[in-house]
Ligand binder design. Structure first.
Ligand code: DAU
Length: 340
């Protein structure tokens, strides 16, 4: 197998490359990444010399086609995405360009260049929110934010290209993912880097929303199982059974760091109507491929806390970057450091 992995300078993509490098039968890996704000070469430092790096956007058909041909690619896995809901509430054209139009380019290039398979990494958020029970792969798509709508758009193109052209494509829908190298804008890494700096953390509302967490190593292994054993034209939920309200996750982080509740500030929910209450997915389909999550939530979260504590050299340049500071100030207000 000769792989091209997009977005592998980011969080889940980089873990997928680590996983793939340890598998038999992988002859070469090309990483294509635009190195936008959440993609970082330092995230790839442990495997940089084992992959070929191409800098560019997935929307650039010429670049994608050339990269596929130059390296005789047989399999393409797409992790490249704009992925932060809060950012999509501020402005969302980039989300549609990358998450929808970008996927169309990859599908076209997969077909034109005769690849054996493309895998599109999607999200459980395409289903919307569920109060009771769990989503199956047959549940209707009811995305609630511009981010999740743009991901649903990408997925629907996968379906259409399979039906119309028999482009060999499979889709995974991942749950809320946590672990090392997570760009510090999502709940767990954002709160960790703030707590490690002695700063308060902004919990939306009362923190009652429930997320279903999966360790990033399990997510990467799930994507590998679908890439190698899934069926073309199919969708596979990749999740674990760790449903937790946000406030419980935050209490765990505080306890692990030896801190108390005084560092938590409940703020008016900035997502307003777009804040999904609960996610939960049935995963029997991916489990039928022989995949099982391996990392218990408490153990994985503890390891993540320790990783962030021990790897300030990775996150410090990010949180000191002007663009990062301007997003945090723009979204949470300039008083984040003082009032919180
Ligand atoms: O479910 C999969 C999805 O999980 C992925 O597709 C997305 O890319 C990923 O960002 C994540 O979406 P969420 O919106 O659930 O993740 P986030 O970490 O941004 O928020 C998790 C919960 O924490 C959500 O209920 C909002 C809350 N939250 C988040 C932030 C950043 C806070 O209370 N305070 C915060 O500052």
């Amino acid at each position: 197998m000769r792989l091209l992995v997009t977005g592998a300078a980011g969080f889940i993509g980089s873990h997928f490359v680590r996983h793939a490098l340890a598998q038999p039968g992988v002859e070469s890996i090309v990483v294509l990444d635009a190195l936008r704000y959440s993609g970082n070469l330092s995230t790839m430092s442990d495997f940089r010399d084992q992959v070929i790096f191409v800098h560019g956007e997935i929307q650039d058909a010429d670049l994608v086609g050339k990269a596929l041909r130059d390296h005789g690619t047989t399999h393409l896995v797409n992790f490249a995405a704009e992925s932060h809901n809060d950012r999509s509430l501020l402005s969302n054209s980039h989300f549609v360009q990358t998450n929808t139009f970008g996927v169309q380019v990859l599908l076209d290039e997969t077909r034109k260049n005769g690849l054996e398979r493309m895998l599109q990494v999607s999200t459980d958020e395409v289903y919307g929110s569920i109060d009771d029970g769990e989503f199956t792969e047959e549940s209707p798509l009811q995305p609630n934010t511009p981010y999740s709508a743009s991901k649903a758009g990408g997925e629907l193109l996968c379906r259409a290209h399979w039906v119309s052209f028999r482009t060999p494509v499979v889709v995974t829908r991942g749950g809320n993912t946590y672990g090392a190298f997570h760009y510090p804008e999502k709940l767990i890494p954002f709160f960790l880097v703030r707590l490690l700096q002695g700063k308060k953390v902004p919990l939306y509302g009362e923190g009652s929303q429930v997320r279903e967490w999966i360790n990033v190593r399990d997510h990467a292994a799930g994507v590998w199982a679908v890439l190698t054993k899934g069926e073309n034209g199919q969708v596979y939920n990749v999740g674990d059974t760790n449903e937790r309200p946000n406030r419980e996750v935050v209490s765990f982080l505080l306890a692990e760091l030896g801190l108390d509740d005084s560092l938590v500030k409940c703020i008016p929910d900035p997502r307003k109507g777009a804040h999904d209450t609960r996610y939960s997915m049935a995963t029997s389909k991916v489990r039928s491929l022989g995949w099982e999550p391996q990392v218990p939530f408490d153990e994985g979260l503890r390891q993540t806390v320790h990783w962030f504590r021990d790897n300030e050299a990775w996150w410090r340049p990010i949180v000191e970057d002007a663009d990062y500071k301007s997003f945090v100030e723009g979204f949470y207000g300039p008083s984040l450091g003082d009032d919180l």
